[in-house]
Design a protein around this ligand. Structure first.
Ligand SMILES: [Ca+2]
Ligand SMILES: [Ca+2]
Length: 231
């Protein structure tokens, strides 16, 4: 009886072990047969989905749309302040020249006929910087005094410059506003203590001896809403 019980137990134990092995083998096979994770599921743990990227790009685009006008406005305002300061400096340089020479730095300054309007091109700046030719006898700055100093201009498209002086090898040069135009200068060359106002400005005359203006970002005198002036 005991022998039978022992035999039965061993046989049953072997049977259970074999059954368990078979079951585990089946489980392993079933697991191996499962489908691999999809790319999207893997992306959730290690990266962005396409939808998430689209949302981020959309948010960045919206923010850029808001920020661009703000940044553009700040740049315009800064350049406007630069233009006004430079115009005042140019006016001061012309006044200093007048103090020394008792006349205005212009070849067309006959002294009695009319006010003179020039631009801050070589016509004016060669005298104020001055160029070698203007320092020689017969020039308009024979003392050789530098009445204007400023930072060097930066080239922009179309052969123009902005925000400073383009200095030539002979000492002469040009002065450009921050928007790619020359400054306009009107001087009291008929010595009546006032200058005619520019056509774009309301009023006939100004109680000034020198006025300087920039046509502004649009580079247009007549469209005067953005013009920058010293008076
Ligand atoms: Ca005048
Ligand atoms: Ca303008």
């Amino acid at each position: 009886m005991y022998l039978h019980f022992f035999w039965t137990s061993c046989f049953a134990r072997d049977y259970n072990v074999n059954a368990l092995k078979a079951k585990l083998g089946k489980e392993v096979i079933m697991r191996n047969r499962r489908k691999p994770k999809r790319t999207g599921e893997a992306g959730k743990s290690g990266g962005f989905t396409l939808m998430e990227l689209l949302v981020v790009v959309t948010i960045i685009a919206i923010l850029a749309g808001f920020l661009f006008p703000v940044v553009n406005g700040i740049i315009r305002k800064t350049r406007g302040s630069q233009a006004e300061q430079t115009a005042q400096n140019l006016k001061a340089a012309i006044s200093a020249y007048f103090t020394d020479y008792r006349k205005y730095p212009a070849r067309s300054d006959g002294g009695t006929i009319a006010d003179v309007t020039v631009e801050s091109s070589h016509e004016l700046m060669d005298i104020l910087l001055p160029s070698d030719a203007e320092k020689r006898p017969g020039g308009l700055n024979t003392r050789g005094t530098g009445y204007y100093t400023g930072k060097t201009a930066k080239p922009i498209s179309g052969g123009r410059y902005r925000s400073g002086v383009v200095l030539e090898a002979d000492g002469g040069g040009e002065l450009w506003d921050p928007f790619g135009s020359y400054y306009r200068v009107r001087m009291d060359a008929d010595y009546n203590q006032r200058v005619d106002a520019p056509t774009w400005y309301t009023g006939l005359r100004l109680a000034e001896r020198v006025i300087v203006w920039s046509p502004g970002p649009d580079r247009d005198d007549d469209d005067s809403g953005d013009n920058i002036k010293t008076w």
